[in-house]
Ligand binder design. Structure first.
Ligand code: AHG
Ligand code: MN
Ligand code: MN
Length: 336
């Protein structure tokens, strides 16, 4: 990209489409629609303290987590942006227990969207960076309307994946597997501009590890060894508690993000299909590695829509050493 060129997301997508003549344009439209939803969510996230949108919506999602109004708002915005376009055959959301069909009044398409509409929601009142995570698959079922089978696809089959981080600036980062592209929202013109072409994770970079160390006593001996080793190697700890924010810093600075299994969450806390898989696709396309402790997240065969997984994402050398420690000292969590 020549110096100083202003490349909007739209122009980038057109250029990418030219490189892939087989692209039908439907996939590009899905990315436009996600970007539109992101702009609307970004505006509300940035105004959250001003509008009576905070506080609990008084509902709880399948995970028993207190659904705050901004979660519901983000979920609604994405649904409204995507349900009528004729590009999707089915959706899934962290906030909705079951598969989300495309309303009969709208045409169905050949793609599948799974998403975490608002990640890090426990931090809403604290004005800490939040995020949206999305995963796009191709429809594999025969009927016109998609269903659970289209949603329960392993990560290596994703067509595209990415996230939006609502931080000091709003960034959209995505990959189709070849290259990771970062766009920063210029609010005054409402455009996402290409600010981080071809993102690559440094290895080991700034030597940062990111985990909620309060759970140390609940970890497996292997997990404890892995973290003890990182400390011995002079790593420093950064933990925001918003997956997207912790991930984005890891992608830019290197190191490792971990949400391991522990005695309280024997399968880990984070969800495979709309948190772990999309971020695993991004980190691996950026030259890093993902793991559930044994191997790449992208190879895990899903069995349930909201299934959880232990999650490691980061610089390849650091993830590998962590896997070795888990295997050497045992990844079994106490009481699991
Ligand atoms: P969500 O807000 O979508 O439910 O995700 C919250 C997750 C994730 O953002 C973060 O990494 C993790 O919760 C933090 O969990 P702990 O508070 O247990 O560390
Ligand atoms: Mn989340
Ligand atoms: Mn969420």
């Amino acid at each position: 990209m020549q110096e100083g060129a202003v490349v909007t997301l739209s122009r980038h997508i057109v250029e990418q489409e030219r490189r892939h003549p087989e692209a039908t344009g439907a996939f590009s439209n899905i990315l436009y629609d996600i970007a539109l939803a992101a702009k609307i969510i970004s505006r509300e996230v940035n105004r959250a303290g001003l509008v009576d949108i905070l506080g609990s919506a008084g509902k709880f999602n399948i995970h028993g987590e207190d659904v705050r109004k901004l979660d519901e708002f983000a979920d609604d915005v994405i649904f409204q942006a995507m349900d009528h376009t004729g590009n999707l055959c089915v959706m899934a959301s962290e906030e909705v227990d079951d598969p989300i069909p495309i309303p009969d009044k709208f045409p169905a398409g050949n793609y599948v969207l799974l998403h975490d509409p608002l990640d890090g929601s426990s931090n809403i009142e604290a004005n800490v960076s939040l995020g949206t995570i999305f995963s796009i698959h191709k429809k594999i079922s025969k009927g016109e309307r998609g269903g659970l089978a289209d949603l329960l696809q392993p990560g290596y089959k994703q067509l595209a994946a990415g996230y939006i981080v609502y931080g000091s600036s709003t960034m959209l980062v995505y990959t189709t597997g070849a290259g990771v592209y970062g766009f920063t929202l210029e609010p005054s013109i409402g455009e996402f501009l290409l600010s981080h072409p071809e993102m690559k994770i440094p290895d080991p970079g700034k030597k940062i590890y990111s985990v909620n160390e309060a759970y140390y006593k609940r970890w497996s001996p292997g997990q404890q060894l892995a973290v003890d080793q990182l400390k011995d190697e002079g790593f420093s700890l950064r933990y925001i508690g918003s997956l997207v924010a912790d991930f984005h810093r890891t992608l830019l600075y290197g190191g490792i993000f971990m949400y391991p299994a522990d005695a309280k969450s024997p399968k880990g806390k984070l969800r495979l299909l709309y948190e772990a898989c999309p971020l695993a696709m991004v980190i691996e396309a950026a030259g890093g590695a993902s793991s559930d402790g044994a191997g790449s997240i992208l190879n895990v065969e899903p069995v349930e829509l909201h299934q959880r997984t232990p999650l490691y994402l980061g610089s390849k050398s650091v993830v590998q050493k962590t896997e070795e420690a888990l295997q050497a000292a045992g990844a079994g969590v106490p009481g699991a």
